[in-house]
Design a protein around this ligand. Sequence first.
Ligand code: 5GP
Ligand code: SF4
Ligand code: MG
Length: 459
Amino acid sequence: CGVFGVWAPERDVARITYFALRALQHRGQESAGIAVGDGRSVLVRKDLGLVTQVFSDADLTAMSGKVACGHCRYGTAGARGWEAAQPHLSTINDVIIALAHNGTLVNFDVLRRELIEMGIPFRSNTDSEVAAKLIGYFTQRSGRLRTGIAHTMRMLEGGYAMVLVRENALYAFRDPHGIRPLVLGHLGDDGWVVASETCALDIAGAKFVREIEPGEIIRVSDDGLRSERGCQLGCRAECIFEHVYFSRPDSMKDGSSFYLMRNNMGRRLAQETPVEADLVISVPDSGTPAAEGFAQELGIPFGTGLIKNRYVARTFIQPTQELRQMGVRLKLNALPDVVRGKRLVMVDDSIVRGTTSRQIVRMLKEAGATEVHVRSASPMVAWPCFYGIDTGSQDQLIAAKMTLEEIRAHIEADSVGFLSIEGLLACVPGGDAHGYCKACFTGEYPVEIPRSYWGDRFL
Ligand code: 5GP
Ligand code: SF4
Ligand code: MG
């Protein structure tokens, strides 16, 4: 998911949030929502669909205020209907809050059951609503929202980056391992913004200040910006899949663009799995930075072998396998004039289920390619993610079920190669010592997964 928040009493906070959500649209296309605090109350508007489908100009004009937060949803496990759209509104006595959450909470079902036993009602079965209701509960007991948030953070397990508004203040906080990202920016003289990625700061006209620290709570109000520690710091485990795939290439992290990191992954992949070929092509758009690096490293020309339909959303995010397959055909088509008679290397950022690769290899061969060598700029994804990226259960992950040779045969490629885990770590800021979650590649989970939550997700 994408989350955003802005405190700027002199500005059009709803429109700033709207444009920021459009910049974060790649992080989730299922639903979009904005909450505005106008000093007296909080108003939420949300619906299923893309940001541009949910908000009209008139809607935004009707939402004036001094503080806002927004969300675009990438549905992981849980409900898919309107009730699952965010921000979640929660009313506790006279305190009204709206919460936007990126991530997944692995212990939410236990917490939800306890809250229900205490008579607290739920509209959805999402983890995010559990967080909103917990914050409400502890705020009511302590009389202070900051205390309510800190208490809640101590109970939540999993990955989360959250942005919350009440009528006159903005709050932002991040899980103690820093699994999901959240950055802070300055907007003019008296404005502040928080966002999942820096590309949203750029569009809002905000300057990057720093990341929200793992376990930190930020509060912005008429009293200015304050920071406090919400919970004990865990060992740092930032999601490395943000670097591989999820973040936009022009977003920055630890002093580098994701573009540059992916370009280096492609170079490294070429060193690890070189091949003789006439042309390197990418699976656009996510594979392009790595494909460029692969071609540069081996001195092979880089060309456009696949044309992408710009009006189709990310295929991976489609809920069923059938839709996903149709999605690939709708999204990508081969260019016979470029690939005919050539030995190709086809570079993608990742191979997860194998849906994309298998279909594209066929398309390229039908278009006249003589050889197709498939390369993945990330290591084999063999373990499910429980912290907010929907890579699916293990039985859907091609690398969990097949050997390298079986994968090659399945996707009908002439050869296949994956970046090593050491190779990936050499291409991200700070290397392994920085502290990354890489559980989907290694199976080493930084936050323990309760057995009740496994379901059928392991083979
Ligand atoms: P596959 O088709 O092998 O299941 O998935 C790999 C393709 O899906 C790549 O082109 C990658 O860019 C894309 N993709 C889209 N969303 C995601 C996601 O959330 N996780 C992963 N791993 N890949 C994704
Ligand atoms: Fe990111 Fe993978 Fe860890 Fe999930 S398991 S948080 S996708 S690195
Ligand atoms: Mg892709």
